[in-house]
Design a protein around this ligand. Structure first.
Ligand SMILES: O=C(O)CCC(=O)C(=O)O
Length: 275
């Protein structure tokens, strides 16, 4: 999908993600920096080499709520998973030249047992925040693999040697949405500079989310009070997770978790594949 989010938002997200990368990698503590703007020019690269997965970005700045609410990719999530889908996680794969590839895999994690169902139980939105190509460490996908309902075996997983892998060339602000069974990964970056995405994983509401969505911070709830779809994506109508006391789920929320089953919420679960 071309131009799924505006370039102005891409710019703000890149700056925030750079801050997260410096913090989560420990470079900030050492007083080091990462140059995001080398654009592949030889000799201008940062000294840092590696691949990081930067996690738990959503509640660090409202800009991440803006990308969560982007309507066109969300329409495809509704189509793949239904409107009761939950956001599983929002993170960034942040990679430098020579950090290595991310081998082919499916997104059916947490011990999901093959053969997978043909319906999508998990789906991903992968936003390009910089240019994507094979050399730049962009996304590789294996077309049609969602129909095979299994994971790649170790011989099939390396992108470099699998002849059926296709490089997905994207521009900043574009995104790809895929079915959770699809085999995908990303190439080793062979040119200077940083390749970063914004990876937004979703799952059907009966699957455990990757990040803790047992609470919604009060400020997020206030900003999106008129967008129940977004609040639902963050677990607002999740019936499970009850507990024995009336404490709140997290210091940033004033909403107490229910003690015992909430039968009203349990009645709100989807009854069809595409609710
Ligand atoms: O863009 C990438 O580096 C691949 C991301 C990926 O494999 C994932 O989100 O599951």
């Amino acid at each position: 999908m071309r131009n799924a989010i505006p370039l102005e938002l891409v710019g703000r997200l890149k700056a925030l993600i750079k801050r997260a990368a410096l913090e989560q990698s420990g470079l900030a503590a050492k007083g080091e920096d990462i140059n995001l703007d080398t654009n592949g020019a030889p000799g201008s690269d940062t000294q840092w080499v590696g691949n990081l997965y930067l996690h738990s970005l959503l509640y660090t700045d409202p800009a991440f709520e803006e990308i969560l609410a982007a309507p066109k990719p969300l329409a495809l999530i509704d189509t793949l998973l239904g409107r009761s889908a939950l956001l599983a996680s929002m993170g960034t794969h942040f990679k430098s030249m020579g950090g290595g590839e991310l081998p082919l895999h499916t997104d059916n994690g947490n011990g999901m047992i093959p053969p997978f169902r043909q319906i999508s139980e998990v789906a991903n939105i992968n936003y390009a925040l910089v240019e994507y190509s094979r050399e730049q460490g962009g996304l590789g996908m294996l077309p049609g693999s969602h129909l095979w309902c299994r994971r790649p075996n170790p011989g099939e997983a390396p992108l470099e040697t699998n002849p059926d892998v296709v490089a997905v060339d994207l521009h900043p602000g574009d995104c790809v949405v895929w079915h959770g069974n699809s085999w995908h990964g990303s190439f080793n970056r062979t040119v200077p500079g940083i390749r970063m995405n914004l990876a937004m994983l979703w799952n059907r509401q009966y699957i455990v989310t990757q990040e803790d969505h047992s609470y919604i911070p009060d400020d997020v709830r206030e900003r999106h009070a008129d967008d129940q779809r977004l609040l639902n994506a963050l677990g607002d109508k999740q019936a499970y997770g009850w507990r024995g006391d009336q404490t709140t789920a997290h210091p940033t929320t004033s909403v107490p978790r229910s003690t015992g089953p909430d039968y009203r919420k349990m009645g709100m679960g989807p009854q069809t594949l595409y609710d």
